[in-house]
Structure formats: structure tokens, C-alpha cells
Design a protein around this ligand. Sequence first.
Ligand SMILES: [Zn+2]
Length: 479
Amino acid sequence: MGSWRTAMSASKEAIQAAASKFIDFVNKSPSPYHVVHECSKALTSAGFEELRESQKWVIQPKKKYFFTRNKSTIIAFAVGGKYQAGNGFTMVGAHTDSPCLKVKPDSKRIKNDYLSIGVECYGGGIWHTWMDRDLKVAGRVIVKNKDKLEHKLVHINRPILFIPNVAIHLHRTHNENFAPNKETHLVPVLATACQEQLTKPASSNEDKASDKKTEPYQVTKHHSLLLQQLCEELNTTAEDVLDFELFLADAQNAVIGGALNEFLLSPRLDNLVNVYCALEGLIEACKNDSFDEDPNIRMVNFYDNEEVGSQTAQGAESSLTEFIMRRLCVSENRTSFEESIPKSMLLSADQAHAIHPNYPEKHEERHKPSLHKGPVIKINSNQRYATTAVTSSILRVIAEKGNVPLQEFVVRNDSPCGTTIGPIIASKLGLKTVDIGMPQLGMHSIREMACTSSIHQATELYKAYFEHYPAVNASLDIE
Ligand SMILES: [Zn+2]
């Protein structure tokens, strides 16, 4: 397999260019809905045609397609020039969601002269990192437009919320044992009550609304200040806002940093690194001759709700993946789906833990992935990761062809271990799977850290996988 030194020196400019494009993608993707929107835009401009699950599909070789479910999960696929039903699927899976705070269904809080917003904790975040940050709001709003219900994206791209810490003078043990209570201490402030009073006209819309018998549904549940912001962004009225899913996010943009401009300092690296790189890898891999000759379907599956266990209609645990594969296998041969499974493979692409400069004891002595030194194969004998000797061997051969260095990770026996969509899909479909991810630090903090070269390396690996997997799999004599 290629050494990290050769891989890095050969492509310094390509590394920085890829990292900058990724940073731009993150800054435009503060919620899973925005992630899917950005992916859709990139796919459309790369010649992918949008489909709807509810319609009948006519799929042709050498053509490229995508569809969304709930607007928070997206699947894109490119049909190889030599594809016929019963051939394999070359798949990369990742997730669109990240741990965050979400606005509660009834969020209005007025207490001690503050207007605050009730939020729920989504996923396993490091919640104290959300304090003392400039917070913005983004997500989707369901708007009534005459007799239609429309999904609209909203991104209020300025710091309208803040969760202040408590002063050390009032909490002397702050530096020894501070952990916020998730219900009472993580309540972002929107405004002060007195300032809000000053900005209100003598008889405000809200007062009028509460006089009416049929007041707008959302007005009673959320501060009018928040609703106003949404309505201004969407050019609609509170009466037409039926419901929404609003995610809080760091208002500070992701950047490239470090004295040598080598670090990605960014929210949601887990798992936008792999969403972005798998998408780029797929688009790039369809630009060359290998696509015309490919017997397989090349597919990326980006699921929502991984951070909360994947058991949702749009999550990896749903029947979505199987249904789509079956749909693309329809033919007179009634077992073409079953025949396609052993010819298929999934890269379960999710971030990995790099060795930490200040917590080196957290890693197993012989498995310490470093920044810059390549994608990390994740292995766990208790099957929290789905990698096997067969699947890692296939990936090693492909990485060699793509000149991408690889590293390995196993967790310490005395440490808890994360998991991914890998074991879920592998066990549901009986699909060969390898768990892979790029090394990063501070996973699930509001701001994480990784390295610039991971974007270029992951993209190259996924591209090589789409191009070479069918041939490498054909050389395999193990079923
Ligand atoms: Zn993840």
C-alpha cells in the first residue's frame, strides 16, 4: 500500500484545494436537510437525474440517478455500462446527522427576565462544548401554501442564541467537575425580556393573536421573536407555519488552521467528511472509461438518524436499502437480487479516533491512527464494526491501486467502543462490509479537529473503490 509520505508530497495543492471545497460544504450544511440539499445540487450539476420513490423507474446503463427520503436521507447511484440485473452493488454508506441541540415542540421559556428556548439533546454530544458559543438555527419548516404542504429550508446565519456558562466565583469546583444538567443548564437565551418589551409595538401581533379564538398554532408555543426570524427568512407568515425541525449549530464557520494550515477546525466532521468524500469519489469515478465497462451499480447511501440508533423510516435500519436494491434487480430471473448480494460490498464510512496528544492512554498501544497517515480500517471482534479479513483484504488491494495509505484501529479491551451503520446493514442484507473512516479528534464536540489530507485521501480511496471493486471481487474465491 502507498506510503503516507509519497501520497502527501505528490499532491500538496490537490490536498489544500479539496480541503477548501469541503470547508465550504460544511458551512452550507448546518442540518441534515441542508446536507441533502447540498448533495442534490452537486449531483444535479454532475448529470444525475432526480427520481421519486413513489414513481415507476426506468433505469438505463451509463445513466446516473438520485432520490431523497424525508429530505434528510439521500441515495445516489450510477448504473455501470455493463450492468444487468443480478450483478453487484459497489456501495459507500455514511450519515447526514450529527449530535446537536434541537428546538423543543413547545420552546417558549420566560424566566428571570430572559427569553430562552427549550431544546432537546439529539444524539451523544459533548454538551458542555455548546456553552459560551455563538449559536445559530437551521433546519426545515413545513409551510402551508394554499392547499399544499411545502418543505422549506431555513438557515438563520447569525448568532441569535447563546448558552452562557456560570461564573467560577459562583461555582468554585468548575475546573474539577463541571457537567451541565441537560434539562436546566442547556437552555439558550434568545433575548432579555426588557429589550423585547421595548421593541414591541403597543399592541403586538402576539397579543392580538392570543385574543383570537383561532390563534396561529405555533405562536402559542414559540417566542414570536423566533417565529419572526423564520418568517422573514421564508417570506411567509406565522399562520402558515405548520411545524418545523430546527437544529442549533455553531455560528462560527469551519476553517483550515494550524501554523502549517493543516487542520480542519470544524463542526460535524463526523460525518460530513465521509458524505462529502463519497459523493466526490462517486462523481469523479463516473467521469472515466471504467464507468462504461462497469458491471456493477455504484451507489452512495447517506442516512439520517445514525446518531440516535438508525431505527427510523429514513435510517439505515429501515428497509430502504433492501427495497432500492431489489428495485434495481427486477428482471425475469426471480433470484437476481439474491445473486447480487455476494457480488456486492459496502464501505461503511464513518469517522475514526486519531491518537490524542494529551490523552494517549486512551488508545491501544499498537493501534494509534495518526492525522495525515490515511484512512483507518476499524476492526472489532465483538462486531461493533463489520470488517472481516476478507473485506479488509479487498480494501487493501484497492487502496494500493489508488495509492492511498491505510491505518488500523481496534479499541482497548478496557474501553467502550462506538458503532456504525456497518453492522446494521451487513446483518440485514448479509452484505460484505468494511468499516472505514478518517482520523479525527474531539468526536461529537461542537467543534472537532481533523487534517486537510483526509479529504483528498478519502476521495481518492472511494473513487478507486468504485473503479476497481468489481474486478477485485471477481478475483476472490471465497463465498
Ligand atoms: Zn459518525
